[in-house]
Design a protein around this ligand. Structure first.
Ligand code: ASP
Length: 343
């Protein structure tokens, strides 16, 4: 049986840094030296090749231009590799994993994002476990076919669906969570795969890579006392096409007249408004409370239980598809890559 071929794509982040023994300064190390730095990788039952961004990024500098670059690397190498592991800073990893999930339509191979809280050269690093298990997960096969066929995010013993994750801790090794969807796998003494929760794409279809993303969007988090003039200014931004509105609880907001009127006028102008909850877990259910009935009536789109990260990237992706307002609402409210519950 042939060993699976895995491509490691190094974009940057703490994981790929090493402390200079003399100066103590953290710097990126040459990824070609990976096998030398982590001899354990030789023990894995797969063939590993590596590629790296020319300039390694702190993921705070990540943006759609780089998402396209990652997508293009995967597209180019798709026929010759069985799986992909993307090494990425943890800060914006959930955004990138979400974006890639939308950009890679009919993906039938694993794309596993991982990183670490401590550099790989650090004595107490979490990088080795994250990297080694991510590669093992990307190599998992049954009847010569990959078991994971979606974009995942592996961190601290858990594999999550990438577009369901959020970074919740800047310090703990357990930096991510997926409150609205179960873990896809858990690494303990055994690697336990939660088969019923894996995406089951139609593998007879070919991978389609979408390389257009529209960044004419805004993310607005409501807070008690938010002013009319502030929102008026934001909503009249030139070329604005979509708004992610982070509301309270199950999708509730103030019922003040000026607020509802402003949203209504904005929607009439052709700007899509998506209702996403500020809560880390749970779902928007417009119409449950009086404070969300109006939103439903004026045509606000329900983000259901989507994360803000997935909502932002889904909006960027869908804005390039030229849907009518009605279709846009229907498509946004439909799970395209398992990013929201379908009810
Ligand atoms: N600031 C770093 C980054 O996101 C943190 C990390 O790698 O975890 O690139």
């Amino acid at each position: 049986m042939n060993k699976p071929n895995i491509l490691l794509i190094y974009t940057g982040g703490t994981i790929g840094m090493i402390k200079d023994p003399e100066t103590g300064v953290l710097r990126s190390f040459e990824f070609d030296n990976l096998l030398v730095k982590i001899p354990e990788l030789k023990l894995l039952d797969c063939i590993i090749e590596t590629t790296s961004f020319d300039e390694r990024l702190d993921s705070s500098n990540m943006n759609p231009k780089y998402w396209i670059q990652i997508a293009e690397i995967i597209e180019k190498n798709y026929p010759s590799f069985d799986g992909f592991v993307v090494l990425h800073g943890s800060d914006t990893m959930s955004y990138s994993a979400s974006a890639l999930s939308f950009m890679l339509e009919d993906l039938a191979k694993p794309v596993i994002f991982t990183g670490s809280q401590l550099p790989i050269g650090d004595l107490r690093t979490d990088a080795k476990e994250n990297l080694i298990t991510s590669i093992q997960i990307a190599s998992l096969q049954k009847d010569n076919k990959p078991i994971i066929k979606e974009v995942g995010l592996y961190f601290e013993y858990k594999l999550y669906r990438g577009n369901r994750t959020t970074k919740i801790n800047a310090e703990h090794f357990e930096a991510f969570t997926s409150l609205n969807y179960p873990d896809l796998a858990e690494s303990g003494v055994h690697l336990k795969i939660n088969y019923p929760y894996l995406l089951k794409p139609d593998t007879t279809k070919n991978l389609v890579v979408h390389k257009e993303l529209d960044t004419n969007i805004v993310l607005v988090k409501l807070f008690p006392g938010i002013s009319k003039s502030l929102l008026q200014n934001i909503f009249s931004t030139q070329n604005l096409k979509g708004v992610i509105l982070e509301t309270y609880g199950a999708g509730n907001c103030t019922t003040e007249d000026w607020f509802i009127t402003l949203l209504k006028e904005t929607i009439i102008k052709g700007i899509h408004i998506i209702n996403v909850t500020q809560c880390s877990g749970g779902s928007v259910t417009m119409g449950e409370y009086e404070t969300s009935i109006q939103l439903k009536k004026i045509g606000v789109i329900s983000g259901k239980d989507i994360t803000t990260e997935a909502a932002v990237t889904k909006l960027m992706y869908l804005l390039c598809k030229n849907y009518s307002s009605k279709d846009f609402k229907t498509v946004f409210e439909t799970a395209l890559r398992g990013e929201m519950s379908q009810n």
